[in-house]
Design a protein around this ligand. Structure first.
Ligand code: SAM
Length: 482
């Protein structure tokens, strides 16, 4: 039987079923242990240091106790601390991105995904480079600067060379004042060699959702195709790191398996990356299964309600304080609003989940991967964020300045966010306001920028940011960053 070892490179040892079951039993036994819960909450809280503050995070066992706890005041405390952590390390900035679907050809049999190979009636489509260009222009015209590219797994139709060509095309398009400055990649688990090629192509984060950490369920949910191999899939992030990609994004597709099992597995995966590579995941995504072409989410028995979902997000925030957290347009405006308060740092906006969807006047459904719940325009999403005092940020500075992996984490821990990320967010917001916003959003945006510039502690930085924003307003000069 496999023995738990976070430093092992074998899936069954770092995501160890016995350890997860023991964790769940420990959490269940202690879910009303108020003394222990208070200790864990205290441990999670940011501590003041000479340069700012720091967090220790929580182990998967500690975090699982909090997730199991059902005492309303303690849950409230979790939310408060989650927000405190978020504000301490990410401030009130929310990074915005959009997915770009390149191809829905797929040879896998994932039972929750309409792109599964047995789906013979869904239209199959793969963008040509001309079509990629047109999609990118449409995305730039909305104001997007960051994309996450998505594709099914199909070595014939979507080989790595195709993905690399698309990345090249995306970075080459400069329409009016627009450009895409960071391409994150969400494609199936692949080889070290291919990860190296992706790194060389200048990608930001490599994102791969585990879907479920429960091996037996995983194999049932992925009955056919290369994705069936649990170990190969679970060990993908280690290969990505070996290939030089040090920003990786984890995620679980909530609803497939029991959420407490998934949560423990997810935190163990983060601990494993930290133990082996010295840096945890750059982001964690929290997708829930959605209705799609031939997929009914009620087919799965483990759907979670909005309260549980919010609690999961807060517990992730407490466990891995420096990891960015992403919520997509799978969720409604209301749920996204709730999640923003408990630690989300990135949202997608104005997403279309069909291949070629951005160049269509009406939202197309023929090649769609799942129903989008939040269908607002990017301008509306930007205004909505500002109305709840969040700074919409299109910043891509870190990875372009080489601040990836542990260097990004050091910045996050250094307390320099207000002198670096904060002005970068404001300058990219100014670009959006100048080039793409409606008059109403523009007005609110500049009011926010004025208020927020005053919060930059270092006078020299504040002066430069003010000057750059004046330049953005009065000229076509763009892409300033600290
Ligand atoms: N094909 C790649 C893979 O296998 O990892 C990645 C891209 S896939 C386009 C992106 C993600 O969408 C999947 O990892 C899965 O978690 C999610 N997804 C698939 N079907 C979904 C559904 N019905 N509702 C919500 N999310 C879904």
């Amino acid at each position: 039987m496999a023995v738990y070892n976070p430093k092992s490179l074998k899936a069954e040892e770092f995501i160890n079923d016995e350890e997860i079951k023991a964790t769940l039993a420990y959490a269940e036994a202690n879910k009303n242990n108020v003394e222990l819960i208070d200790q864990i909450l205290e441990k999670a809280r940011p501590q003041k240091t000479a340069t700012g503050c720091q967090c220790t995070g929580l182990t998967h066992r500690e975090a699982s106790v909090l997730l199991a706890c059902e005492i309303p005041e303690k849950i409230q405390k979790m939310y408060e601390i989650a927000e405190e952590i978020k504000l301490a390390f990410y401030g009130n900035r929310i990074v915005i991105f959009a997915p770009l679907y390149l191809s829905n050809y797929c040879i896998n049999g994932c039972v929750y995904c309409p792109y599964h190979a047995k789906n013979k009636h869904i239209a199959r489509k793969k963008l040509t480079q001309e079509e990629v260009k047109a999609e990118v222009i449409a995305l730039q015209d909305m104001g997007h600067k960051r994309l996450a590219i998505e594709a099914g797994e199909d070595p014939k139709n979507n080989p790595i060379e195709y993905i690399l060509d698309c990345i090249k095309t995306i970075y080459s398009v400069h329409h009016k004042n627009g450009d895409i400055r960071r391409v994150n990649v969400n494609i199936a688990a692949t080889t070290v060699e291919n990860y190296r090629k992706l790194k060389e192509a200048g990608i930001g984060t490599y994102i791969l959702f585990q879907e479920t950490y429960h091996k037996k369920s995983y194999e049932e949910l992925h009955p056919t195709g290369p994705k069936h191999d649990y170990d190969y899939h679970t060990e993908a992030m280690d290969r990505a790191m070996e290939g030089g990609i040090d920003d990786v994004g984890l995620g679980v597709l909530f609803g497939l398996e029991m959420y407490k099992y998934e949560f423990a597995g997810l935190i163990m995966h983060a601990e494993h990356l930290e133990a082996v590579h010295g840096v945890g995941p750059h982001t964690i995504s929290v997708p829930r299964v959605k209705r799609a072409d031939d997929i009914d989410p009620d087919m799965f028995d483990n759907g979670i309600d909005d309260d549980t979902f919010t609690k999961i997000a807060a517990c992730i925030r407490l466990a891995v304080p420096y990891t960015g957290m992403i919520v997509s347009t799978r969720e409604t405006e209301e749920v996204r609003q709730r999640l923003l308060r408990v630690g989300i740092s990135q949202v997608s906006g104005a997403s279309r989940t069909s291949v070629g969807g951005y160049t269509q006047e009406e939202r197309p459904h023929d090649t769609e991967q799942f129903d989008v719940s939040d269908q607002r325009s990017l301008d509306e999403v930007v205004r909505w964020l500002m109305e709840s005092d969040h700074i919409p940020s299109f910043c891509t500075a870190c990875y372009r300045a080489g601040r990836t992996g542990d260097r990004f984490m050091s910045l996050c821990k250094s307390g320099q966010i207000l002198n670096c990320c904060h002005p970068n967010a404001l300058m990219t917001l100014a670009e959006f306001l100048e080039d793409y916003a409606s008059p109403e959003t523009k007005k609110e945006g500049y009011e926010m920028i004025e208020r927020e510039l005053a919060r930059i502690p270092k006078e020299s930085v504040r002066k430069i940011a003010e000057q750059n924003i004046r330049d953005i307003r009065s000229s076509n000069r763009r892409d300033f960053r600290f």
